[in-house]
Write a protein that binds this ligand. Structure first.
Ligand code: PLP
Length: 356
């Protein structure tokens, strides 16, 4: 990609549109069409995308937002930035995403929105979530930070809820060369509000009509992301192929993984397995030169920073068990089948030891 990237970055430098500008606008158009939505506004990060989506939907002080604790802290942080309070429901043990059967118990007269997270690239069970939201007159905001191009019953991540939020942090499936994010929507009013609030609430230059933010995307990030739009589908299919090699090799072991429903397109931002001796396994793999991760070791409701929300260990049992047993195996588009076999061979040695 180097020649294309060099040219794209130089176009921004020579054009001197360092903030928003034509490259960002062209990327927004490409990304809206990729997500199959009418509107896309590029912003400075996934966190600012969530913050703006909440504000655009009218979420504010005194409101409650139903969400999950099995996520990166940004989901909760954005709700708190808006002045609202996060209310957690546990995740489903099969898909590891928001368990719709538990949502209604969390709804109160203060509930304003539901914010499911498409964890690791697998979309939450959106049909029942939307049905409950419509029945209770709630807004749905999808946290699709890990789910570029994921699908639920043929519909793309970000296109089912009232608003969808993406992160383009460099490690994401679609990553910028720095921070970046986007809010997508089919609702023209919400989209207009996001557009206004990301740029100081300016309706026109120095005409401020709302309390806004400096949440605009850089021109260089727009240019880089636009180049990457030509590759994202191939990269996603390559990730899915790596995942299917892992699936095939791990099927013979009792090694729990999420079960993506047949109607879903999981985009494998993370390929995680559940292992009882997770920490030991991680050390052994590390010694064999195989890097792994844990997404995430301490769920948000048990983080010190959010102790004031009043949750305790035991409140979200599925989330807590996953946090203790998750291990994310290496996955990226360029990982070769032989390397996947090598990872699984190391795991197999441990399974045999554990079984002996
Ligand atoms: C689920 C989830 N939500 C929100 C974010 C926040 O995105 P960013 O890091 O771009 O602010 C992330 C990224 O780390 C994420 O994984």
């Amino acid at each position: 990609m180097k020649p294309e990237m060099d040219a794209a970055v130089m176009r921004v430098i020579e054009g001197t549109q360092f903030v928003l500008g034509p490259e960002v606008a062209a990327f927004e158009e490409r990304f809206a069409s990729y997500c199959n939505v009418k509107h896309c506004h590029a912003v400075s990060s996934g966190t600012s995308a969530l913050h703006l989506a909440l504000l655009a939907a009218g979420v504010g002080p005194g409101d409650e937002v139903i969400t999950v604790s099995m996520t990166f802290v940004a989901t909760t942080a954005a709700i708190l930035y808006s002045g609202a309070k996060p209310v957690y429901v546990d995740v489903d043990p099969v898909t590891w995403t928001m368990n719709p059967a538990l949502i209604e118990a969390g709804i109160t007269p203060r509930t304003k929105a539901i914010l499911p997270v498409h964890l690791h690239g697998l979309m939450a069970d959106m049909d029942p979530i939307m049905e409950i939201a419509r029945r209770h007159n709630l807004v749905v905001i999808e946290d699709a930070a890990q789910a570029h191009g994921a699908e639920y019953k043929g519909r793309r991540a970000g296109s089912i809820g009232d608003l969808g939020c993406f992160s383009f942090y460099p490690g994401k499936n679609l990553g910028a060369y720095g921070e970046g994010g986007a809010v997508v929507s089919n609702n023209a009013e919400f989209a207009k509000r996001v557009s206004l609030l990301r740029d100081w609430g300016q309706e026109s230059k120095y005409n401020h009509v709302a309390h806004g933010y400096n949440y605009r995307m850089d021109g260089i990030q727009g240019a880089v992301l636009k180049v990457k739009m030509d590759y994202i589908e191939a990269w996603t299919e390559a990730r899915r192929s790596v995942a299917s090699t892992y699936d095939h090799l791990l099927d013979k072991h009792r090694c729990k993984r999420p079960a993506p429903p047949a109607h879903s397109r999981h985009v494998y931002h993370v390929y995680a397995v559940m292992l009882e001796q997770r920490d030991e396994v991680q050390k052994v793999l590390q010694a064999a030169g195989i890097g792994t991760g844990i997404h995430y070791p301490v769920p948000v409701h048990l983080q010190k920073a959010y102790a004031d929300l009043g949750y305790r260990a035991g409140d979200l049992p599925v989330t807590e068990q996953l946090a203790n047993q998750f291990l994310s195996l290496p996955i990226y588009a360029e990982l070769r089948p032989a390397q996947v076999s090598e990872v699984v061979a190391e795991l197999e040695k441990l399974f045999l030891v554990a079984a002996a």
